[in-house]
Design a protein around this ligand. Sequence first.
Ligand code: ADE
Length: 256
Amino acid sequence: MITLIILLLSLSQQEPIGIISALDEELAFIKEDMVIETVDTVSNRIFTIGKIYDMPCVCVKAGIGKVNAAMTAEILILKYSVDCVIYNGVAGGIDPDLDIGDIIISKTIIHHDFGQLMPDTFIPFDTIGFIADKYLIEIAVKAADNVKFDPVPQKICKETGHFPEVIVGRIVTGDQFISSEEKRKWIEQTFHADCVEMEGAAVAQVCVINQVPFVIIRCLSDIANETADIDFEEFVVYAAKNSSLIVNEMIKLLRK
Ligand code: ADE
C-alpha cells in the first residue's frame, strides 16, 4: 500500500523545466515571476529551485562560454532530472536582415569554432549541428505570438512603434565575442547562420547526448560588428527582456 502511495505521488510530480542563462541580466526577468523554494550551490553555481506560474523550474546562471554552459546543463540533467532545457539570452546578429531586438528561436545550432585550422583557411568539423526539439520550437513560436514586446528603441529603428521580428532559425556558438564585420560575414557565408552567441551549442550537445529536449531563445543585443561591445552594453537589458518574455510565456503554455 505504502509503495503504491509513493508511486502515485512520484507520478503526479512533474519534473522541472531547466532554464539556463549566461548573465544576471538574462535571468532577472524570469526569476521575477518565480516563487523560490530552495537555493543550492553546485560546482560554484547557484541553482534556484521553485515554481513559475505553478510550474516546477530550476533556474541557473551558468556564466559565459561553452565550458560553463556544458557543465551547468549536465548538472541540471543529472542532479535535477529536468524534463527539458530552455536556454535564454542575447546574441549578435549574423543575418544582415535582422536588427537589434529581433529574436531567434533555434531550429539548429552549431559550434562555429570547432574544426581544423590551416594556414589560409578554417574547416569546420560540423556544418549540420544539433536539432532543437520540435515541440519546444512550436511552443516558443506560440509563446512569441502571445507576447506584447516593448517597441524597438528609436536609437535602433527610426520608425516609431516598430516591434521585434521573431524567426525560427540557425544559431552558431563559439568561445568568442564577435566584434568584427569580416568575421560576421565569414560566419554568414560558412554557416548561413542568423545569430552568434557563446553557449547554445554546448548546451545542445549535452542535451542531445542525454536525450533531453532543448530549445535556445536569443534576442539580438548587437550585430556582431565593430561596435558590438558598445551596442551590447546599451541594449543587453532590452534584448534580455524580449527573450525572457517568450520563455515566461512558454512556461505558461507548458504547464499541464
Ligand atoms: N552575445 C551577444 N552578442 C554577441 C556577439 N557579438 N558575439 C558572441 N556572443 C554574443
